[in-house]
Design a binder for this molecule. Structure first.
Ligand SMILES: Cc1cc2nc3c(=O)[nH]c(=O)nc-3n(C[C@H](O)[C@H](O)[C@H](O)COP(=O)(O)OP(=O)(O)OC[C@H]3O[C@@H](n4cnc5c(N)ncnc54)[C@H](O)[C@@H]3O)c2cc1C
Length: 360
């Protein structure tokens, strides 16, 4: 323990690690943020950053999700003040598209369910849809609009969180791989591998935020890497987050970002011809004229067992894990970091975290 608070090492500088470091630094911890890589993680770089609205009930998981969504707007304003970085939070609204009567019927029911749960939703007929999104083909019959859907730029959000944390004293160490964590009485030892050699360092608390790689340091946490690919398209401009068949399109500067494919191939980050074809066929179906693909990127989503993240102490007070956010890590990252920081600094997460234990 230092005069300024506990010495905490956050292992893994993706969105979850950067969020955790940010809130810990705000709360007065002496933070070291380590990553084996240098620069934004491939997962953040390929991520779309869609912030899908909350439509759940009031159970512990749904209320956590709702708070995750609600945090983005005030956090983006705060980060702009703290760092001058616009993290790209935009209340774009989202539209799920229907291309046949079956899909239209399902989406109308989806609108009703959302309205019954207090979310904003409306059905758009063909002509209203066309006014909202002039680039769509005439094959789209209508859509379900959800005004509370938004978007944040994953890389800019991560950068702003890290820069703000550094301004409050966080030390960032890149090209540093943690190979082992040994819990001690009242702390942890971390064995590190760097270009300059190996060493062991002691901290009061360690937080494992290594995404798809979590099993290497915390074998009791089962997370699988699920590759996702996304691509920048030019030649079409969209205004909303558009969804159909599991893929999304959204505005990103002068481009349209389209993603994300899903395949399970282990720790393989190569981009593939199959994903290129899938994204091009999808864009050709939605837009007229078909846009062209400029650049493809791949990332590894950390997929947990039973669909929910794992956010829990592994050793009381000294070793925590926050991982397994799968398709919602950008949305859930900041509030996850906020809760973990509170857990470390105050001894309690301040909310019901039972949905996020290992044995749920
Ligand atoms: C194509 C695609 C689209 C997506 N779209 C969305 C979306 O629209 N909305 C949304 O909310 N989410 C989305 N996601 C999911 C989201 O991006 C992830 O859930 C999130 O980025 C995971 O963050 P993380 O910090 O857990 O992992 P990562 O970003 O993978 O970070 C883990 C870090 O740990 C480091 N590391 C690993 N092992 C070690 C070690 N031993 N020592 C030191 N460092 C280590 C790695 O180098 C890496 O930087 C998408 C993902 C993909 C791939």
């Amino acid at each position: 323990m230092t005069d300024s608070g506990p010495r905490v090492v956050v292992i893994g500088a993706g969105i979850i690690g950067q969020s955790t470091a940010y809130y810990l630094a705000h709360a007065g911890a002496a933070v070291t943020l380590m990553d084996s890589d240098d620069g934004p993680s491939p997962t953040s770089r390929s991520s779309l950053g869609v912030l899908t609205h909350a439509y759940g009930a009031d159970d512990a998981y749904s209320s956590f999700y709702r708070d995750c969504h609600a945090l983005h707007e005030p956090l983006s304003a705060l980060l702009l003040q703290e760092t001058g970085i616009d993290v790209g939070w935009r209340p774009l609204g989202g539209i799920d598209l229907a291309f046949d009567e079956g899909e239209a019927g399902t989406l109308r029911d989806w609108v009703d369910l959302n309205l019954s749960r207090g979310a904003e939703a409306e059905w758009l007929d063909e002509s209203t849809l066309r006014e909202a999104e002039p680039g769509l083909t005439t094959a789209a019959l209508g859509g379900a609009r959800f005004p509370q859907d938004g978007r944040v730029d994953p890389v800019r959000l991560g950068t702003a969180l890290r820069v703000a944390a550094q301004k409050r004293g966080t030390v960032v160490r890149t090209s540093t791989t943690v190979t082992e964590i040994r819990p001690l009485d009242g702390g942890v030892d971390c064995h590190l591998a760097m270009a300059s050699g190996e060493c062991t360092e002691s901290y009061d608390v360690a937080v494992v935020t290594t995404g798809a790689w979590t099993g290497e340091l915390a074998p009791s946490v089962r997370v699988r890497p699920i590759r996702g690919q996304s691509g920048f398209f030019s030649g079409v401009h969209v205004r909303h987050v558009l969804r159909w068949g599991g893929l999304h399109a959204l505005p990103d500067g002068d481009d349209t970002l389209v993603g994300g494919t899903v395949d399970e191939v282990g720790f393989d980050l190569t981009t593939t011809d199959a994903a290129r074809q899938e994204l091009m066929a999808w864009s050709g179906r939605l837009f007229d004229p078909a846009p062209s693909l400029r650049q493809l990127r791949a990332g590894l989503r950390p997929k947990p067992r039973r669909g929910r993240p794992v956010i829990t102490p592994l050793e009381t007070g000294t070793l925590f894990v926050a991982t397994g956010h799968y398709k919602s890590g950008i949305l859930m990252g900041p509030h996850t970091g906020q809760v973990v920081a509170r857990w470390i600094m105050e001894g309690s997460p301040g909310r019901d975290m039972s949905p996020f234990t290992i044995a749920r």
